[in-house]
Write a protein that binds this ligand. Structure first.
Ligand code: B12
Length: 234
């Protein structure tokens, strides 16, 4: 929705469709209002990963009669609070966040300013201990959408990604899966030979029922977690 709003804003600014100007302006207003309605008490719009684009759009220009100041201030605070936890590791997500930290939006690319100094993200420094053996954690992987149901306990070093868990399960526990490369990273397309059909996807869930907010390459399970791969329609 936010991306559509940014595209409409681009159209409005370049004035390529003067006949549609009124309708484009109305569409931008509607998108902004809907995004504002999706603000959570913590300040995010939707979740933290939909927030950077939402904020980019809200920053482009004020909506008449709507005070954006407090909303945007709370949102920036929520985003900044999530940075030290390493929530932003995904290159696509970072590319949506960096303009916000620099008070810019994709719409500014119409006339880019390449000279202003810019804020960057510092990579999180993790110093591996030289002496201690890496801690091993246990993750249960379960797939109820296939018969017989697949359920195995997998051991991986602490800090491993869900993708590492899948690789280990493939190596040692008869698990099979396939991925497709996307701009967001590897997208899970098949599990135990079952390939997604039209309007279906393999949903990543932390048991009992919490959909993950990150993909297999970015999500790092904790010790004792059960991860369910569930084939669902969208
Ligand atoms: C549409 C969409 C979906 C659709 C895609 C179906 C389709 N064919 O259109 C469905 C509902 C299937 C989906 C699923 C998931 N999604 Co999604 N999705 C989006 C959305 C709204 C738009 C993506 C898009 O169309 N981009 C435009 C096209 C032109 O670019 P593209 O690279 O070709 O897009 C493809 C990939 O983005 C891929 N895809 C979609 N979601 C995800 C998530 C991950 C992690 C990966 C690697 C790929 C991927 O499907 C797109 C179409 O083929 C984005 C929001 C956003 N801001 O990007 C969230 C978004 C990318 N998804 C997200 C998530 C978390 C997921 C899931 C992991 C959720 C879950 N718990 O299972 C799953 C993926 C699981 C898996 N199998 O690997 C997050 C990623 C956050 C992050 N930290 O990286 C986003 C940003 C939403 C959010 N704010 O939480 N998603």
């Amino acid at each position: 929705m936010a991306m559509a709003g940014l595209a409409f804003t681009c159209l409005e600014r370049t004035d390529l469709n003067p006949n549609l100007r009124l309708r484009i302006t109305r569409a931008i207003k509607t998108v902004k209002e809907n995004i504002l309605k999706a603000q959570t008490p913590e300040g995010s719009f939707g979740n933290i990963y939909s927030t950077p684009l939402a904020l980019q759009l809200l920053m482009t220009s004020p909506i008449p009669g709507v005070g954006l100041g407090t909303a945007c201030f709370n949102t920036r605070a929520a985003l900044l609070a999530s940075l030290p936890n390493g929530a932003f590791q995904n290159a696509l997500m970072i590319s949506q966040l960096l303009p916000v930290l620099n008070h810019k939006s994709y719409v500014d690319l119409i006339s880019p300013d390449c000279l202003t100094p810019r804020v960057m993200l510092e990579p999180a420094m993790v110093t591996p201990s030289q002496t201690e053996a890496p801690e091993v954690i246990q993750v249960t992987l379960t797939v109820p959408s296939v018969l017989p149901r697949y359920t195995h306990s997998i051991h991986v070093p602490a800090g491993s990604s869900l993708e590492d868990v899948l690789k280990k399960a493939k190596e040692l526990r008869g698990f099979t899966y396939g991925t497709q490369a996307t701009l967001s990273g590897p997208y899970l397309t098949s599990v135990m030979g079952k390939v997604v059909g039209e309007r279906e996807f393999w949903q990543l869930i932390r048991a009992p029922d919490t959909p993950l907010l990150q993909g297999i390459a970015d999500y790092r399970p904790q010790n004792g977690e059960t991860i369910e791969l569930r084939l669902v329609a969208w």
